[in-house]
Ligand binder design. Structure first.
Ligand SMILES: Cc1cc2nc3c(=O)[nH]c(=O)nc-3n(C[C@H](O)[C@H](O)[C@H](O)COP(=O)(O)O)c2cc1C
Length: 355
């Protein structure tokens, strides 16, 4: 009996399996509105058997976009464009999630295949970025430190984006608290030098994230699963640590989060990461604290047996994969086949089911 292909329920949502699609920016939106590309991209994973598909980092306010081509959810046109995508995901039996995000000092940058690197100037559609402190990410423009009103506006942005996400039909919400974006910038002492109630102690550095969790839970009500993606280490001296991450994870769940999606890094350019198959699984296991905190593992999990083993060993409760889904949008069908798990295939594909 495969754990990977056994269903799991969180609040009002039952996921058909535990092999999920990790959020992946496509840098292909126009004015924050999803396009035909996003439709094909996301729905193929639902045909391919994913239990949950979490759509890419979606900016809750315009200045929270990583690049001018990012998806946003600060107006109704952006909300409405999601509806057919979410419906198509549901029609194929998968749950639909969305990652709500603010890029902070890593906003207003060029998309990966642009000819240029670093910050996009205002003359070319860029904007002034904001952060906990006026400290630039190496190679990017210096941000403006948020004042109290600016912080309140960020929280409000997450709440209104939550309303729109639920109105568009999403089942799951994920807060992007990882990869060096705004909420992570608040968590890490390397990017947060504030001397008010949002800086200094871990309680203070976690305050904004927990306010966002509170605001989303209040807006969403009790039925909606809420995940928080964190970077459980900065991979840099003096940065956010796995022990701090475990504490923040516990607080986030006390505030109404259901699951911590454990990633790492992205805060500083001088991080020292050693990358190998399953390299972030030990971090997930640490944050899971023996099963007290539901977690997902992500990062170079590319094979059925490997994913199954992470769950068998109790290191995580479900698996997120990113790039393997890009290589094979039918990763879950293939993985089930390899594990001999008897899942329901799309009837159109059934002739490829057993032989
Ligand atoms: C094209 C691409 C875009 C990504 N965009 C996001 C994103 O929007 N939000 C996020 O949290 N992680 C993002 N990531 C990281 C992935 O979600 C995932 O954590 C990472 O790729 C490691 O998993 P993998 O080895 O299975 O790909 C992105 C990764 C890729 C390859």
């Amino acid at each position: 009996m495969s754990i990977l292909f056994s269903p799991v329920s969180i609040r009002s949502v039952t996921f058909r399996n535990r092999l999920w699609v990790s959020p992946m920016c496509m840098y292909s939106a126009v004015d924050g509105v999803v396009q035909e590309w996003h439709h094909t991209h996301l729905t193929q994973f639902a045909s391919g058997g994913a239990g949950l598909i979490v759509a890419e980092a979606t900016a809750v306010v315009p200045e929270g976009r990583i690049s001018p081509r990012d998806v946003g959810l600060w107006n109704d046109e952006q909300r409405d464009a999601w509806v057919p995508i979410v419906e198509a995901i549901h029609a194929r039996g998968a749950a639909a999630g969305i990652q709500l995000a603010h890029a902070g000092r890593k906003a207003s940058t060029w998309w990966p295949w642009a000819d240029e690197r670093g910050s996009v100037p205002e003359s070319e559609g860029g904007w002034t970025t904001t952060a906990p402190s006026a400290i630039a990410f190496d190679g990017f423009a210096e941000p403006v430190a948020l004042d109290a009103d600016g912080i309140d506006a960020v929280v409000e942005g997450f709440a209104t984006a939550t309303r729109r996400a639920l109105d568009a039909g999403f089942d799951v919400l994920e807060i992007h608290g990882a990869h060096g974006y705004l909420l992570h910038q608040f968590l890490s002492p390397l990017s947060n030098l504030r001397d008010d109630e949002y800086g200094g102690s871990l309680e203070n550095r976690a305050r904004l994230l927990l306010r966002v969790v509170d605001a989303i839970r209040e807006t969403a009500g009790d039925g909606v699963p809420l995940f928080v993606r964190i970077s459980a280490t900065d991979h840099a001296d003096g940065g956010f640590t796995p022990d701090e991450a475990s504490l923040v994870a516990a607080w986030a769940t006390e505030h109404g989060a259901d699951l911590i999606d454990v990633s790492s890094g992205g805060l500083v350019a001088h991080q020292q990461i050693s990358v190998f198959p399953g390299y972030q699984v030990p971090l997930a296991e640490t944050v899971r604290q023996g099963g007290r905190i539901p977690v997902t593992a992500v990062g170079l999990i590319t094979a059925a047996e490997q994913a199954e083993q992470v769950l068998v060993e109790g290191a995580a409760d479900a698996i997120f994969a990113g790039r393997e889904w890009l290589r094979d949008p039918h990763f879950a069908l293939r993985a089930a086949h390899e594990l001999g798990a008897d899942i329901v295939w799309p009837p159109q594909y059934d002739r490829a089911h057993w032989r």
